[in-house]
Each structure stands twice: as structure tokens, then as C-alpha cells.
Design a protein around this ligand. Sequence first.
Ligand SMILES: Nc1ncnc2c1ncn2[C@@H]1O[C@H](COP(=O)(O)OP(=O)(O)O)[C@@H](O)[C@H]1O
Ligand SMILES: Cc1cn([C@H]2C[C@H](O)[C@@H](COP(=O)(O)OP(=O)(O)O)O2)c(=O)[nH]c1=O
Length: 143
Amino acid sequence: MTPKAELLLFLASRNLLVEDIKHYLFRGYFVVLDRYVDSSVAYQGFGRGLGKEVVEKLNAFATDGLIPDVTFYIDIDVETALRRKGELNRFEKREFLERVRKGYLLLAEEHPERIVILDGNRTVEEIHRMVVEEIERRWKFDG
Ligand SMILES: Nc1ncnc2c1ncn2[C@@H]1O[C@H](COP(=O)(O)OP(=O)(O)O)[C@@H](O)[C@H]1O
Ligand SMILES: Cc1cn([C@H]2C[C@H](O)[C@@H](COP(=O)(O)OP(=O)(O)O)O2)c(=O)[nH]c1=O
């Protein structure tokens, strides 16, 4: 596998997924995703060193520019993340993850209105509450 092939495979997969996402958005659904364009910038752009700009351009091509209203980035130091994970996959090498984390943090700094950073040292319950509060702050629900 090369970094470019890896990026293109993630983007091909995302391009197919975006068709489904649009289908639901047009019908008024809220769509929740676990990972989207920011992961490609962080992992392939920063982690694999392909560069932020080229990944952002190809992301836009693959998604027709569809961007989430809000993105939650749960931040944790690499040491703690590796300890929690136990078994690791090909993306989970220490130095690589340090670059990935820097990428996410830079994106969050660049898009403070869209990307909400949550502290992954808090408990699952606390993080859940923060996500709910942020969503309620942004959208008014009837029921
Ligand atoms: N806030 C948290 N506090 C403690 N442990 C957590 C927290 N969030 C996740 N974990 C644990 O960390 C591990 C990896 O979390 P997960 O959300 O599955 O990460 P990923 O989606 O990156 O694989 C799991 O064992 C999970 O139970
Ligand atoms: C979406 C995406 C994921 N990844 C990586 C991050 C993950 O380590 C791996 C699998 O992602 P994922 O299937 O979301 O699994 P998990 O959240 O359980 O780790 O793929 C990229 O490198 N680029 C991408 O664009």
C-alpha cells in the first residue's frame, strides 16, 4: 500500500457514502458520522505526509464539498490512547499518531465554529453530556 493509494481508497469509499448522506439530508434527517473528511486530512495529509492542501482538494472533489454543520473531536494524548486501545491496527504507531493529532488540532484551530474539541480525559458520561449540550445550543428541538 502507498500513502496515495490509501488516500484514494478512503476517498472512493467516502464518495459512495456521500450519495447516501445526501439522500437522508434532503429528506430532513440528521446524519451522524464516525469519521469524515477531517480524518483524511489528519491521517493521510499529516500522518502519511501527503500534505493538507492536496487532501483538502481531493476531499472536496470526493464529497462535492459537503461539510458537516458540527464536528466533535475528542482529544487525548497518544500515550493514553494507545493504552486504552490494547490491540493496535496499521494506523496506530506512536509518531504517526502524534502527527495525526497535530493535524486534528490545527484543523480545529482553523475551523473553531465547526470543530468542537472535547477532552477525552473526561468520562464517557461527561463527554456525552457535552455533546448533547452543544447540539441543544445549536438546534432547537420541539420535543
Ligand atoms: N472517555 C473515555 N474514558 C475512558 N475510556 C474511554 C473513553 N472513550 C473511549 N474509551 C475507551 O477507549 C477505547 C477506544 O475508544 P473508541 O471510542 O473505540 O476509539 P476509536 O473509535 O478511535 O477506536 C475503548 O476501549 C473505549 O472503551
Ligand atoms: C475515515 C478515515 C479513517 N482512517 C483510519 C483511522 C482508523 O485508524 C482507521 C479505521 O477507521 P474506523 O473504521 O473509523 O475505525 P475506528 O474508529 O474504530 O478506529 O482508518 C484514515 O486513515 N483515513 C480516513 O479518511
